[in-house]
Design a binder for this molecule. Structure first.
Ligand code: CP
Ligand code: NVA
Length: 341
């Protein structure tokens, strides 16, 4: 028996309905329970996935590899610059070759148009592991985390994103919030606000789901009564390092601090997709501290390490949600039942 997911690519959340997103979140929770209870779930034995990474990764790569292994699948990792893609072979040719050998293709890279083209030419589902525009697998993990922290439901929650509100993670949060009925606030300078056309699309979806999309440079307006405070690094992969100075100048007022957390609703949480520059324990963090005299970038170490911070729960949920996405799209069986948990 096939489900509405069977054979579909996972390129961006705009392609999925509210109910489909809710289904994936619930399926992720089921896979988390299976893993926690030590129940084997090798439901995709005999299938294979190829993981194309044109940018670096810790969480996404490891989540795909462990998810594939737990599901009984084989996986091949293609590191940045290690395949013919881009240099000697076109996206369309690569898609046709890999699509003939594998049951699924994961792609992390640059333009959204590349992952869209892979999906157009490959005869198997393609999963977007992050592009410059969207990071949709991250969103299923994030919303599983939100559901775990706020089991009473998504409707009526307020999520405020601080910082580079036009990056892939912020764009995706705006989409998923609109789909799930969460009031979304993008807080940052006007130059770092999302594209108008995406805002318009999301506002139309939000209206149907009884929630709002707000763009503001007012930190207090964004933080007041928020249930979820979210931030991401100020310079995304693929952006030129020479932009650090300008980005720091623009975004310092939007760093997530304890003062911001104090304005939020009771029991609010702090989220971050990671990696994060919350101290100087990284090569880039140390370099920035030396050049610009700043020890913490998008979030203070105090907030990152506070009891409100759910960032490592969020990171673990990448595994369970990627498993759900692969299972839903690659399986031809009935969805797993509660009895197995
Ligand atoms: N959040 C996330 O995608 O992390 P990686 O870059 O480590 O995959
Ligand atoms: N916006 C970040 C997300 C990393 C998971 C980047 O693209 O580098």
């Amino acid at each position: 028996m096939t489900s509405s997911f069977t054979g579909r690519s996972f390129l961006k959340l705009l392609d999925f309905s509210r109910d489909e997103i809710l289904y994936l979140i619930d399926l992720s929770a089921k896979f988390k329970a299976l893993k926690r209870n030590g129940v084997l779930h090798r439901y995709l034995t005999g299938k294979n996935i190829v993981l194309i990474f044109e940018k670096t990764s810790t969480r996404t790569r490891c989540a795909f590899e462990v998810a594939a292994s737990d599901l009984g699948m084989g996986s091949t990792y293609l590191a940045p610059g290690s395949s013919q893609l881009g240099n000697k072979e076109s996206v369309a040719d690569t898609a046709r070759v890999l699509g003939s050998m594998y049951d699924g293709i994961e792609y992390r890279g640059f333009a959204q148009s590349i992952v869209d083209e892979l999906a157009k030419y490959a005869e198997c589902p393609v999963f977007n592991g992050l592009t410059d525009e969207f990071h949709p697998t991250q969103m299923i993990a994030d919303m599983l985390t939100v559901q775990e922290c706020f089991p009473e439901g998504f409707a009526g929650l307020k999520l405020a994103f601080f910082g580079d509100a036009r990056n892939n993670v912020a764009n995706s949060l705006m989409v998923v919030s609109a789909k799930l009925g969460i009031d979304y606030v993008a807080c940052g300078p006007s130059e770092r606000m999302p594209d108008e056309s995406l805002v318009e699309t999301c506002r139309a979806i939000a209206e149907q789901n009884g929630c709002t999309i707000t763009l503001t440079d007012d930190v207090s307006e964004a933080a007041t009564d928020a249930n979820i405070i979210y931030t991401d690094i100020w310079l995304s992969m693929g952006e030129d390092e020479s932009l650090w100075k300008a980005r720091i100048d623009e975004l310092c007022p939007y760093r997530v601090t304890s003062d911001i957390m104090e304005m939020t609703a009771a029991d609010s949480i702090f989220m971050h997709c990671l990696p994060s520059f919350h101290n100087t324990d990284t090569a880039i963090g140390a370099k920035i501290a030396k050049e610009f005299g700043i020890d913490e970038l998008e979030v203070t170490d105090e907030v990152f390490e506070s009891t409100s911070s759910v960032v490592f729960q969020e990171a673990e949920n990448r595994l369970h949600s990627i498993k759900a996405i692969m299972y839903a799209t690659l399986s031809t069986e009935d969805p797993i039942s509660n009895e197995e948990i």
